[in-house]
Design a protein around this ligand. Structure first.
Ligand SMILES: Cc1cc2nc3c(=O)[nH]c(=O)nc-3n(C[C@H](O)[C@H](O)[C@H](O)COP(=O)(O)OP(=O)(O)OC[C@H]3O[C@@H](n4cnc5c(N)ncnc54)[C@H](O)[C@@H]3O)c2cc1C
Length: 497
């Protein structure tokens, strides 16, 4: 495994049998997995380039068991990695050799649906799609819609602040969560946020959402429910150049239109999706946009007129408004299946997740073509054009020596370029281990030290998901006193990952 993780603690490894027994006392029955063969399915998440079997897997069933596990591990200084469905693309749920992998999949109940107040209270192991399915008959839905929504869990969505195609208009997870129950490594249970808007005090809900399993384990989530818009229209737009497509995106947004979704695919991605599903995407274009608007029928029709006129001004060579709901869903099916489509043409791929200001799209895609030549690897692009969130898919073959390292170098160059253009390292997949060592590109030492102090306030012994997000393992006591004297770093025994 090329990525560096905290060194396993030999004493914890030696206590494995005792730790398993303590866990069985808290989570009886089938809730503890310690057989080596049965640990194998847990050794990686969707960032399969990196794998590590955990010490044990523990599958609690309720908040009380989560609290008891964390309290015991906190007292015994045993590390813990939370896991939902394991679809993280940034290695957020990558296990540690000396750490318990805490699977939340058995906390999978919808506890309450309150239509009057348009909210639902769910356990973290409920899948994203299950929430919308549970309220669909009453005309409601949960807005954030990651492409992985059939599998990924609400707990994982909260930890990664996940987004999706419709987040351009309806916001990310952070904009659709009202409250959380979160268990700390001490076993204490925090209630963050409120059912009403604007809870008093510091915005700890905001701190917890997107904290990538480093601050606490979420065991209950209060979600906002939205009423399904009465109408949705989508249009497929093909362009002879990425520049024209990007200009069309910019011109639509500049008119004050916020489409429900605005996605772009480049030529390699269009061809992969078309070969896979035969959607009817044009093959003779360099870039494809799928633009959707929703709301009352009159509003949709008016916005669609403005958008198609804008596309014509930008010399769209294909302009196809979905004739019916079936065709609209078909447009999206190709986009949503783009990742598996790419999986068919390459043994492995890295999915990158930087953002850039929208105006930089043509320049960035041009630079990526140049990078692909230099690194000797192919790249396909499928991304949320409306909010500048890129998803370059770097194609490689892990069985070819050196290919993974070249893919990693290519990915790092893309992300550095995103930051240099004024963007950020992650739009929605999180930092995890994947982008951890690039955090210094975005944040100075003081910024990082303050972020780690927040971590210390919740988890003073750095036991929860260590080795993720922060490029250096600090002791909490060390933070704020970081000082290099004659080239001698304090606490030299702590790994600089
Ligand atoms: C094909 C595919 C498409 C995808 N498309 C999108 C997309 O469109 N948008 C998007 O944003 N992401 C996307 N993802 C990434 C991924 O699905 C999301 O990051 C998702 O939120 C992860 O959820 P999970 O349940 O699988 O979490 P996991 O992968 O199990 O864990 C992710 C992180 O959350 C932490 N965690 C999990 N549960 C808890 C909990 N209860 N309490 C505290 N921490 C917890 C873990 O420690 C880890 O750091 C995609 C992934 C795949 C494979």
């Amino acid at each position: 495994m090329p990525v560096k993780m905290p060194l396993p603690d030999a004493e914890t490894l030696a206590r494995r049998t005792q730790i398993a027994a303590a866990m069985r006392a808290i989570v009886p029955g089938e809730g503890v997995i310690d057989h080596q063969d049965e640990l194998a399915p847990y050794e990686s998440d969707a960032l399969t380039a990196y794998a590590q079997k955990p010490l044990l897997v523990v599958l609690p069933e309720n908040t009380e068991q989560v609290a008891a596990v964390l309290r015991w591990c906190g007292e015994q200084r045993v590390r813990v990695v939370p896991r939902g469905a394991g679809t993280s693309l940034s290695g957020g749920a990558l296990p540690l050799a000396d750490g318990i992998l805490l699977g939340l999949s058995r906390l999978n109940r919808i506890l309450e649906i309150d239509y009057d107040n348009r909210l639902a209270v769910v356990q973290p192991g409920v899948t994203n799609l299950a929430v919308s399915q549970a309220v669909a008959a009453r005309g409601f839905y949960y807005a954030p819609d990651p492409s992985s929504q059939v599998a990924c869990t609400i707990g994982g969505n909260v930890a990664e602040n996940s987004g999706g195609v419709h987040c351009l208009k309806y916001g990310m997870t952070a904009h659709n969560v009202l409250g959380l129950k979160m268990v700390l490594m001490s076993g204490e249970v925090l209630e963050l946020g409120a059912r009403a808007l604007d809870a008093p005090g510091y915005d700890l809900l905001g701190v917890a959402i997107g904290s990538e399993g480093l601050l606490g384990v979420v065991t209950e989530v209060t979600l906002k429910l939205l009423v399904k818009p009465p109408c949705a229209h989508a249009v497929l737009l093909g362009f002879g150049s990425v520049k024209s497509a990007a200009q069309c995106v910019a011109d639509v947004i500049a008119q004050g239109i916020i489409p429900a979704g605005m996605e772009m695919m480049d030529r390699p991605a269009i061809h992969a999706a078309e070969d896979f599903l035969d959607i009817g995407y044009p093959r003779d274009v360099e870039a494809l946009l799928i633009v959707e608007v929703d709301g009352p029928a009159e509003e949709c029709a008016h916005l669609m007129e403005l958008i198609t006129a804008t596309a014509r001004r930008n010399e769209a060579s294909t302009l196809r408004v979905a004739a019916n709901e079936q065709e609209r869903l078909r447009f999206w099916a190709g986009r949503k299946a783009a990742f598996p489509a790419i999986g068919r043409i390459s043994p492995d791929y890295f999915c990158i997740d930087g953002t850039i200001p929208r105006r930089c799209l043509p320049d960035m895609l041009g630079r990526m073509t140049d990078m692909a030549h230099r690194h000797g690897l192919r790249v396909a692009n499928v991304f949320h054009a409306g909010d500048g969130n890129l998803h370059p898919l770097i194609l490689y073959d892990a069985s070819v020596p050196g290919d993974l390292e070249r893919a990693e170098a290519f990915a790092a160059e893309i992300l550095r370029t995103c930051v240099a253009m004024g963007g950020v390292l992650s739009g929605e997949h999180g930092i995890g281990v994947e982008k951890r060592d690039l955090m210094g590109e975005m944040f100075g030492e003081v910024d990082l030290a303050h972020q780690e102090r927040v971590k210390c306030a919740f988890d003073p012994h750095m036991l929860l998901n260590p080795g993720k997000v922060f490029p250096t393992l600090h002791r909490c006591a060390e933070l704020g006193r970081m000082h290099v004297h004659h080239g001698q770093l304090r606490f030299p025994e702590l790994p600089r990952l």
